[in-house]
Design a binder for this molecule. Structure first.
Ligand SMILES: Cc1ncc(COP(=O)(O)O)c(C=O)c1O
Length: 482
């Protein structure tokens, strides 16, 4: 019975997001202050559950996971800048640590501010819950460490962020987890790469940096035929441009550092579970279907019909690896999410105009953006990304390394740095920065030319952006001539 109480909490935690409360449409945030309130309202919630009202994306971006602070009435999400939470007495403490009652004990495991972010992103993705982590990298690691151990295998898209590639290719094999990389366009190759010990298929909605698009519905079908979950890194799209759960994915991770935060201020990650993968019947996931001696011999999948993955990730992964998100970081990301759809619309609008401008220049050789008919994923983008194919793309400048460098250094509004998904426009010239040691031939093998430029188009006035780019093109031409 005591642990059932937590099961109930998880169910409530996920279901109430979709329910109205007596003030309107806000989801509930079941933190330690509001739990009692919500518990008392459980019966009426059950009634409401019979006629759930689904609030819409823009409303959820502003409200999901929070109601005004019941103590002081603060409308903004309070930053609970605390490591720990005062126990009422020893029994209360023991029951919190034993997961016999909901609430917060120590901020490495959970924190009320971070919990609002977790619930908000879960609501936007239409998952059952989420866990915020210290970075995007930490959320990828958390997902893998929660379900895999030595002698496990992952099939991953080869078109993924370099940091994720490093983790899978070089670091995890030291812990007995191997990865086979396959182009996301090679569907047959993905199928063939699956082994008896494969426990995850992984890819990005839009690959960083190549803009390859994974055919998620088809890959999800392959994964499910083999009783394997599909995890998608949705960093470049955010739930505004695509909801991978609608296409069959089982887990989603984000580098919240990028568009979710949107202002280049904090590093963070989120992991979201759809709650539909049947870990037990798959027979491949002992961490969820066998008793865990590290936590009261709990069998996580039995304990909760849907939330087993998240509970194990929190109770083991956050406890033991400790890559938690600070509450102030969660606050910044929540602020960003409040304007996510407006920002994404403007990102897309500006990106299309910047591309149109570059297309008119005879110094630009090749633009790689999935909305252009010559892009190999053009048709797929139309189906999976009807709202737009993101705001990050690359193009090649005539004049090679010298031109690329002059162009990048000559811009004033585009900031020269290694990040994407900021409100401000960003630029990088791989051949003179991240890939500067590589020869022309090696660059070509990596799909980059000496003149490749990557832009992350921000929210500035489009006239200013194109003027800045004009200046860069002039300088690039001059450099190429000398
Ligand atoms: C697609 C993608 N996934 C994951 C990450 C890692 O995120 P973080 O830097 O927050 O650890 C990045 C970082 O650039 C990324 O672009």
């Amino acid at each position: 019975m005591p642990t059932m109480c937590y099961g109930l909490y998880v169910q409530l935690y996920s279901l109430t997001r979709l329910l109205p409360n007596q003030q309107g449409f806000q989801g509930y945030h079941l933190d330690i202050l509001s739990f009692q309130y919500n518990f008392q309202h459980f019966k009426s919630n059950l009634l409401l559950m019979q006629r759930p009202i689904r609030t819409r994306f823009d409303t959820l971006s502003l409200h999901a996971g929070q109601r005004p602070d019941p103590v002081h009435g603060a409308r903004a999400v309070p930053i609970y800048q605390t490591t720990s939470y005062v126990f009422k007495d020893s029994d209360h403490a023991a029951s919190l640590f034993n997961m016999e009652r909901p609430g917060h004990a120590y901020s490495r495991l959970s924190n009320p501010t971070t919990a609002v972010l977790e619930e908000r992103i879960a609501a936007l993705e239409e998952g059952i819950g989420g866990i915020a982590t210290s970075s995007g990298q930490a959320s990828l690691h958390l997902a893998i460490a929660t379900i895999m151990g030595s002698n496990s295998h992952i099939v991953s898209s080869s078109a993924i962020y370099g940091g994720s590639h490093n983790l899978l290719e070089y670091t995890l094999p030291r812990f007995g987890i191997e990865t086979t990389f396959v182009s996301p366009r090679d569907i047959d190759g993905i199928r063939k790469a699956i082994r008896p010990n494969t426990q995850l298929i992984f890819g990005e909605t839009i690959g960083n940096p190549g803009n390859d698009i994974m055919n998620i519905p088809v890959v999800a079908e392959i994964a499910h035929e083999h009783k394997i979950p599909l995890m998608i890194d949705s960093t470049f799209t955010t739930p505004y441009l695509m909801k991978p759960f609608e296409h069959g994915a089982n887990l989603i991770m984000h580098s919240a550092t990028k568009f979710l935060c949107g202002h280049g201020t904090v590093i963070g990650g989120v992991l979201v579970d759809h709650g539909r993968f049947d870990w037990e019947s798959s027979g491949k996931f002992e961490t969820l279907s066998e008793p865990y001696s590290g936590f009261h011999e709990m069998t996580f999948d039995e304990e909760m019909s849907q939330g087993g993955f998240l509970i194990r990730a929190r109770r083991e992964g956050m406890r033991d690896f400790g890559a938690c998100m600070a509450p102030t970081v969660a606050f910044y990301i929540l602020q960003g999410i409040e304007t996510l759809s407006l920002r994404m619309q403007r990102h897309i609008e500006n990106t299309r105009k910047v591309i149109e401008f570059l297309q008119s220049s005879d110094q630009v050789e090749e633009i790689s953006y999935p909305e252009l008919p010559e892009h190999p994923d053009y048709e797929l983008a139309k189906t999976l990304l009807p709202r737009g194919a993101g705001s990050i793309f690359s193009f090649s400048l005539k004049g090679g390394r010298k031109a690329g460098q002059a162009f990048t250094e000559g811009l004033e509004i585009f900031s020269h740095l290694a990040n994407v998904g900021d409100a401000k426009s960003l630029i990088i010239h791989p051949a003179s920065t991240t890939h500067h040691r590589m020869s022309k031939e090696d660059l070509e093998k990596a799909g980059i030319t000496e003149g490749t430029i990557r832009l992350s188009v921000g929210l500035e006035d489009i006239g200013d952006l194109t003027e800045d780019l004009s200046k860069g093109l002039y300088l690039a031409e001059k450099a190429a001539r000398n």
